[in-house]
Design a protein. Structure first.
Lengths: 298, 254
């Protein structure tokens, strides 16, 4: 009896290990698979050329990914620039200022926002954000814009990552010890001084971690961005220019133009690029975060 | 101000927290330039009483305070009273040290900076003076700009005291300030209290009767939200007037 129980224990733990290894190895399997599928286009060209060329002529076998990479970076960059300050202020309000009753009412709304399907955000973008940019924002800055732009993509994306950042920041801010705040308040600091100089400083690693997660998610967001950012394969030079992020490229073309030689492989290469961008970004931010934590402890 | 003049005067103070009546009809005068200890069993309201002195309850939503707390004759619960001004008058030393997430130097300079001292030389003087006052200077003078969290708990607590003194308070509030410390650090802090009472009025919450006996001039015994007895340390501990005090004191002092 005893041995069977112990055996069960062992089997269960090994089983868990197996599943863990399986899910972790998925990262490598996907990476290798994408690379394998990209080999044809890589044989036809070089990494350097694929990454820096802006010429996209699939029929001639020319694949330049530079505009798509820039499109991805622009949209994500705009989204995070818009979302981060809003999220920090919102979280501070919810955690530090709002009455508990107000907080209980507000939080479900924020969470609900994260449950709305991306395509609805896309439609919302087309119906509201595009006309807003076309008629009311762009005219102040440029002669003409259709509204379909990296700015529209960034705004829609910002709204989509908003609940993610807010819910993480809420957790981060809620774990700040009351005694630490009291220590600052007891010295005669105002609440805002306490937030600015103590809480935000202490919460910085958490804020960075939330941002990293949001950016990782933003890089890959496809459908909502695709609907509003114009999908024009040129390098954007202003926020009112159209862009064509990598996920949109894949989603728009995969399955459609497979008769063109190398096209399939080129799209796989786009996916590989996205994969590498997110991987690199995560590694870099991990390094920054651990440096920061060490610095704060030093 | 002369010695024994009331520095904090509590009048008809009632505190409700979340519907519970925590402090009931308190009236008390806390003397100037002395150490006054508030003693009593856990949950009797002693920490709540201490926090009403610098209005730290304001941060909680469900706390209701009625009555008056006069500091230097000024009612701190008057809506016209500026809260930062009240808190600047009082240094708080909490149960566990909570150094701010910055360097040792910046911890001490935090208060003065907030209240408008910007010049480096002035700040240097304040930091050195207060770190010396808390017997920390020799231990940290070579690493003023390293993080405060690197210090030992005992050192952190003295740093928190220095930080509180740096804003130039008149009163020091200690909330079981030695409960997280080892015996050596505890005795350093206790000695500091005795030394500091020349310049400050000190109010301590403690559950260690021996500590109250060692450092305080006056003792307030609180039980179930009421003040049972208030008098000179000697008298309260050796010859309590009230039966409750007698029982409480007997349980701890052999």
């Amino acid at each position: 009896m005893q041995t069977i129980r112990l055996l069960k224990d062992k089997i269960i733990s090994k089983l868990m290990l197996l599943f863990t290894i399986l899910s972790v190895s998925l990262v490598f399997i996907i990476g290798i698979g994408l690379y394998y599928k990209s080999i044809p286009v890589l044989q036809n060209s070089t990494w350097g050329h694929l990454l820096t060329s802006s010429v996209w002529k699939p029929l001639k076998g020319l694949f330049g990914f530079y505009p798509y990479i820039m499109g991805t970076l622009w949209v994500t960059g705009i989204a995070i620039i818009i979302a981060l300050p809003l999220c920090v202020l919102t979280s501070l309000y919810i955690v530090e200022y709002a009455h508990p009753r107000v907080r209980r009412i507000l939080m479900p709304f924020v969470n609900l926002l994260s449950g709305i399907p991306p395509v609805i955000f896309g439609v919302w973008g087309v119906l509201f954000i595009i006309p807003l940019i076309q008629d009311h924002i762009a005219p102040h800055f440029v002669e003409f814009s259709t509204g379909y732009s990296v700015l529209a993509g960034g705004i829609v994306l910002a709204v989509m990552i908003f609940p993610l950042i807010v819910s993480i920041l809420n957790e981060v801010l809620r774990t700040m010890p009351q005694e630490l705040k009291d220590a600052s308040l007891a010295l005669g600091a105002t609440k805002w001084e306490t937030i600015k100089k103590v809480i935000l400083r202490k919460a910085l690693p958490g804020i960075i971690a939330a941002t990293v997660l949001a950016i990782s998610r933003a890089f890959g967001e496809t459908i909502a961005v695709l609907m509003v950012c114009g999908n024009n394969a040129v390098v954007p030079h202003s926020v009112f220019d159209a862009g064509y992020p990598l996920p949109a490229l894949i989603a728009n073309n995969y399955g459609d133009m497979m008769s063109i030689p190398l096209y399939d492989s080129a799209l796989m290469f786009a996916a590989l690029l996205l994969f590498i961008i997110i991987l690199l970004f995560n590694i870099i931010s991990r390094i920054i975060l651990s440096r920061l934590e060490r610095k704060m402890a030093a | 101000m002369t010695k024994d003049k009331a520095h904090i005067s509590v009048q008809d103070l009632n505190v409700h927290i979340g519907g519970n009546h925590i402090l009931k009809d308190l009236n008390i005068d806390i003397p100037n330039k002395s150490v006054t200890s508030i003693i009593g069993p856990s949950g009797c309201g002693k920490t709540t009483l201490l926090k009403t002195f610098n209005r730290l309850h304001d941060t909680a939503a469900d706390v209701k305070v009625t009555g008056k707390v006069l500091v230097d004759g000024e009612d701190i619960y008057d809506p016209n009273t500026e809260i930062t001004h009240i808190r600047k008058k009082m240094g708080l030393l909490s149960q566990r040290p909570y150094p701010l997430p910055m360097s040792i130097y910046d911890n001490v300079a935090y208060g003065p900076r907030i209240h408008g001292t910007r010049k480096r030389q002035d700040l240097d003087i304040i930091v050195e003076k207060q770190l010396k006052a808390t017997a920390l200077w020799n231990e940290v003078k070579d690493r003023l700009h390293s993080s405060a969290t690197r210090l030992s708990i005992g050192q952190q607590q003295r740093l928190c005291l220095a930080r509180g003194l740096a804003v130039g308070p008149e009163i020091i509030l200690g909330d079981e300030s030695t409960s997280a410390l080892d015996p050596v650090s505890t005795s350093i802090i206790e000695d500091l209290f005795v030394k500091l009472k020349q310049d400050y009025s000190i109010v301590l919450v403690t559950h260690i009767l021996r500590q109250a006996a060692r450092v305080s001039d006056y003792i307030i015994f609180v039980y179930e939200g009421r003040i049972v007895e208030y008098g000179k340390t000697e008298q309260v501990l050796r010859d309590p007037r009230e039966e409750l005090t007698k029982e409480y004191v007997k349980g701890y002092i052999v």
